[in-house]
Design a protein around this ligand. Structure first.
Ligand code: ZN
Length: 366
């Protein structure tokens, strides 16, 4: 929980919001308010493209020329709800962009581009963080959103490389993925020309020749995590230069350790204002209480975080309350729900109930 400028403890109560053309924004805003939320993370740029006419990222075909972001923001602002624009960053499978920018996509240890052989799912088309064009495109996308919309924050998602390891609970879902923590070349990115030559220049080693267990491999692993960090810090610097009051946050993997080892996110060093770790317990084969453990690990690294909770994993109202409580008991500044609209309508009441009860128990003003 954070202290606001009057020294009053306030809970961050948020949700990632999946906007669609069908959504009735007036109704959605009222529901979000009734669920007690004080911040939302509407999706403004997806893997398939921007949801508004963007100069930086081709727009999703269905939305051509339409802007559904502004009317949504207008409605939620009537309730005093803060808005963080949710931007899918490095996973980008827009057909037009891929055709025009093949060389910007990551390459695996077998030397094969993700455009030819994506790992796990066909949408796994990822931009390489070492590329100057990628770094600039992402920073410009963030600035474009900041200039165009009335936002309080900007939010990274998919700011990582493809999973070199999948969460344990997901490994059975894809053919050929080993159950144990085994690194394999087809899931190991990025070995594009730029990554290889930059690394070779710096260390004298061509990383494609490294084995998974040898003294030099960890340094190469670290180097790639540092490329993601570099991209994040560049965006952060530019956003703050544009407007210091805009909060910058990121959806990251559940814990600092899992984030680093599975997807090269060294997020505790990124220096962002707030993190929203996706503590989706069942993906890790864990019970609800694990949300608290994961929060603790992040908080002890000195980060401020709002725990990402996958509402669809909650069994009932009590289970949901227990999940929120575990996060707050371990130092979370709040909760970010994945997602609105929830999979079952009764979950809106579970959320309202949990926030109401916990604010009373913690003597927090709503
Ligand atoms: Zn690369």
């Amino acid at each position: 929980m954070g202290l606001d400028k009057y020294g009053v403890r306030k809970l961050r109560k948020g949700a990632w919001v999946i906007l669609s053309k069908e959504m009735q924004f007036e109704k959605a805003a009222r529901e979000l308010y009734e669920m007690q939320l004080n911040e939302v993370y509407p999706l403004v740029a997806t893997q398939a493209g921007a949801l508004f006419p963007s100069r930086m990222r081709s727009q999703v075909e269905d939305f051509k020329g339409k802007d559904i972001i502004s009317p949504f923001i207008k409605e939620v602002k009537k309730y005093g709800i803060r808005v963080h624009a949710w931007i899918v960053s490095l996973n980008f499978y827009n057909e037009r962009f891929m055709t025009e920018n093949k060389e910007l996509y990551v390459v695996n240890k077998n030397g094969v581009s993700c455009l030819v052989s994506p790992s796990y799912v066909s949408q796994y088309k990822w931009l390489c963080p070492s590329r100057k064009e990628v770094k600039e495109n992402l920073a410009d996308t963030f600035l474009e959103v900041a200039e165009r919309f009335d936002v309080d924050g900007l939010h990274f998602d998919y700011i990582r490389l493809p999973d070199i390891l999948l969460p344990i609970g997901l490994r059975g879902a894809y053919e050929g993925v080993p159950k144990e923590d085994l690194l394999q070349p087809q899931y190991d990115f990025c070995y594009c020309d730029v990554c290889r030559s930059r690394y070779k220049e710096e260390t004298g080693i061509d990383p494609i020749n490294l084995k998974y267990v040898e003294p030099d491999y960890g340094r190469w692993f670290r180097w790639r995590a540092d490329r993601i960090t570099e991209v994040v810090k560049n965006v952060y610097k530019k956003v703050k230069h544009y407007d210091l009051s805009i909060e910058v946050s990121a959806a990251v993997f559940a814990t600092p350790k899992l984030s680093y080892e599975y997807v090269f996110q060294d997020w505790t060093t990124w220096g962002l204002d707030i993190y929203n770790p996706m503590i989706y317990h069942r993906y890790y084969g864990q019970p609800t209480e694990w949300i608290g453990e994961a929060v603790r690990e992040g908080v002890l690294r000195g980060t401020r975080l709002s725990a990402g909770v996958l509402i669809g994993f909650m069994k009932d109202q009590k289970d949901n309350y227990n999940g929120f409580k575990a996060a707050l008991d371990n130092g979370a500044s709040g909760i970010t729900i994945y997602a609105y609209p929830p999979p079952k309508p009764e979950m809106k009441e579970w959320i309202r109930h949990a926030f109401n009860t916990l604010e009373k128990e913690y003597h927090i003003e709503s």
